[in-house]
Design a protein around this ligand. Structure first.
Ligand SMILES: *[C@@H]1O[C@H](CO)[C@@H](O)[C@H](O)[C@H]1NC(C)=O
Ligand SMILES: *[C@@H]1O[C@H](CO)[C@@H](O)[C@H](O)[C@H]1NC(C)=O
Ligand SMILES: *[C@@H]1O[C@H](CO)[C@@H](O)[C@H](O)[C@H]1NC(C)=O
Ligand SMILES: *[C@@H]1O[C@H](CO)[C@@H](O)[C@H](O)[C@H]1NC(C)=O
Ligand SMILES: *[C@@H]1O[C@H](CO)[C@@H](O)[C@H](O)[C@H]1NC(C)=O
Ligand SMILES: *[C@@H]1O[C@H](CO)[C@@H](O)[C@H](O)[C@H]1NC(C)=O
Ligand SMILES: *[C@@H]1O[C@H](CO)[C@@H](O)[C@H](O)[C@H]1NC(C)=O
Ligand SMILES: *[C@@H]1O[C@H](CO)[C@@H](O)[C@H](O)[C@H]1NC(C)=O
Ligand SMILES: *[C@@H]1O[C@H](CO)[C@@H](O)[C@H](O)[C@H]1NC(C)=O
Ligand SMILES: *[C@@H]1O[C@H](CO)[C@@H](O)[C@H](O)[C@H]1NC(C)=O
Ligand SMILES: *[C@@H]1O[C@H](CO)[C@@H](O)[C@H](O)[C@H]1NC(C)=O
Ligand SMILES: *[C@@H]1O[C@H](CO)[C@@H](O)[C@H](O)[C@H]1NC(C)=O
Length: 414
């Protein structure tokens, strides 16, 4: 009886050990602090060639998967990226590189290394050790755990990586998962359809998800042969609307990151700024009108990928007849209030806290400011209140002076 009980316990312990090994990974720094915790299922679909043909093999993370301590990192000194490396089998591994900003962290790259010499996994394969990598859209607000139960697909050359049942957090401060959660888009889309947004599931925390917060302000400058032709600082938010596979219409709003890669060009009549981050790109085109002495944003186009629930997999939209961000040549345009730039029925860009100047930029810095109408309207109220107060003070003062004079006059006559 006791023996059977013990065997049950042992079996339980072994199973628990397997479950733990196969799904929860922890990276610990030299001082014993946990910096990354991750729990996920992952499958790899690998295309490879044998001497005669090409094969496809699907592998899941086996129970022997374990953190590779020497390749994982909590970030040392100036190095702020953190790395989770998980090895399994005969020379296979997956490496997640985390990067953070002041408000969020993200898996900037995912690398999968596999060993085609391991014929127990890749029967009859030719070729030895291989590597594939790509960027991911795994991103969460700092001090929240990232959750994604739905499948998240990352495509690489010859490899497709499918994550599911993911809970992870990097840049941990308290050795354990945060009580707050950032839910991935795939999960949000299925648990919170737009028609019922008020029914926020009880598992959702109140943590600000990256897309509901105002975007961080990025700074851009573009130079041509005559020096700088564009200076801009602005926060950007992308809003796309798409139809889903089951014929509903959904919107997705997300913040464009603060430090995208960017490029641009200057010529006599147009100034262009291209921003690229992950699968999203934005192209701004400014023109100037010599007869009115004004420049403005005339063209804005966008390309981005759609979430998995959408019918297509990407969206491209452009509008070349805008008249936004308009100011006098040689001066800068500024708007603190949010501005919505309509591109098409399916796409728009919200611009926050913008200051921009295109074409002539004397001294390579912003010239005098022309404030947008929205800001002027917002400023009008304090000005009116201020003027009214000043008027009141003046009236009181005059009344007092008149009063004083009268009483003086009174004394003199006595
Ligand atoms: C990790 O995932 C497994 C399976 O989904 C679950 O049983 C386990 O409780 C999770 N562990 C943590 C620490 O969340
Ligand atoms: C992808 O696989 C093909 C054959 O299946 C091979 O020729 C090619 O080199 C592989 N590409 C990479 C980047 O591994
Ligand atoms: C990490 O250690 C494993 C064996 O434990 C070794 O095979 C691998 O080459 C090491 N990697 C690095 C980058 O040192
Ligand atoms: C790749 O697999 C072969 C065969 O199993 C093994 O001999 C070799 O050590 C593996 N390579 C690595 C880096 O583990
Ligand atoms: C590997 O190749 C041998 C002969 O070339 C063949 O008989 C066998 O079926 C192949 N195995 C697989 C899994 O394709
Ligand atoms: C990397 O991911 C992007 C976006 O998902 C995709 O368009 C691109 O084809 C991927 N790269 C490779 C080499 O598969
Ligand atoms: C995710 O976890 C749930 C519950 O543990 C399980 O039923 C489901 O099969 C898992 N999905 C995948 C793709 O592993
Ligand atoms: C969740 O976030 C809120 C606001 O940022 C914070 O006040 C609260 O302490 C957090 N809760 C936990 C459990 O971390
Ligand atoms: C233009 O951008 C570069 C790189 O971001 C920066 O080093 C430089 O100071 C900027 N120039 C101006 C005039 O803002
Ligand atoms: C996004 O676009 C949709 C459709 O044009 C609109 O109803 C919604 O208010 C927009 N949301 C934001 C935050 O701009
Ligand atoms: C759309 O499909 C998802 C799963 O594919 C389902 O959960 C959801 O209820 C469907 N919505 C509608 C309105 O049919
Ligand atoms: C641009 O302007 C300069 C001087 O203002 C002129 O020399 C040049 O030919 C112009 N370039 C084009 C393409 O119009």
């Amino acid at each position: 009886m006791a023996a059977r009980y013990n065997r049950g316990l042992l079996l339980g312990a072994v199973l628990l050990g397997f479950l733990k090994a196969s799904s929860t990974f922890e990276v610990i720094d030299d001082s014993g602090k946990t910096c990354i915790l991750a729990n996920f299922s992952v499958q790899f679909i690998v295309e490879y060639s044998t001497s005669t043909k090409s094969e496809t093999q699907t592998i899941s993370l086996p129970p022997d998967a374990h953190v590779l301590k020497n390749e994982s990192s909590c970030g040392k000194g100036k190095e702020v990226s953190q790395i989770l490396a998980v090895g399994f089998g005969h020379g296979h591994s997956i490496l997640l590189t985390f990067e953070k900003t002041s408000s969020s962290y993200a898996v900037s790259t995912l690398k999968f290394s596999y060993n085609l010499s391991d014929t127990s996994v890749f029967p009859n394969a030719t070729g030895g050790e291989k590597e594939a990598s790509n960027a991911t859209d795994i991103k969460a607000a700092l001090n929240t755990r990232y959750r994604c139960l739905n499948k998240n697909t990352i495509s690489m050359a010859n490899v497709t990586v499918l994550f599911s049942n993911v809970t992870l957090e990097a840049y941990l401060t308290r050795n354990t998962f945060s009580g707050n959660e950032t839910i991935c888009f795939e999960d949000r889309a299925t648990t919170v359809p737009p028609a019922t947004t008020s029914h926020i599931p009880t598992t959702t925390s109140l943590a600000p998800s990256p897309s509901t917060k105002d975007p961080d302000v990025g700074h851009y400058n573009v130079s041509g042969s005559h020096g700088i032709c564009l200076l801009a600082s602005m926060g950007l938010q992308v809003n796309i609307t798409y139809s889903t596979k089951n014929e509903t219409i959904n919107s997705q709003v997300f913040n464009f990151p603060q430090n995208p890669s960017y490029s641009g060009s200057c010529d006599n009549n147009t100034v262009t700024l291209n921003l690229i981050s992950g699968s999203t790109s934005l192209r701004f085109q400014f023109v100037q009108n010599a007869s009115t002495d004004k420049y403005f944003l005339q063209g804005l186009s966008m390309n981005t990928s759609l979430p998995s629930e959408a019918k297509g997999n990407k969206i491209s939209a452009g509008n070349n007849s805008l008249s936004a961000l308009k100011a006098t040549i040689g001066k800068s345009y500024r708007c603190v209030a949010e501005e919505n730039v309509w591109i098409s029925e399916n796409a728009s860009v919200n611009i926050f806290n913008v200051q921009v100047q295109a074409f002539k930029i004397p001294g390579d810095k912003f010239g005098s400011v022309e404030e947008c109408q929205l800001d002027e309207n917002n400023m009008l109220i304090p000005i009116i209140v201020g003027a009214a107060l000043a008027g009141l003070v003046l009236i009181v003062l005059i009344a007092y002076l008149i009063g004083r004079k009268r009483s003086h006059a009174g004394y003199q006559t006595i």
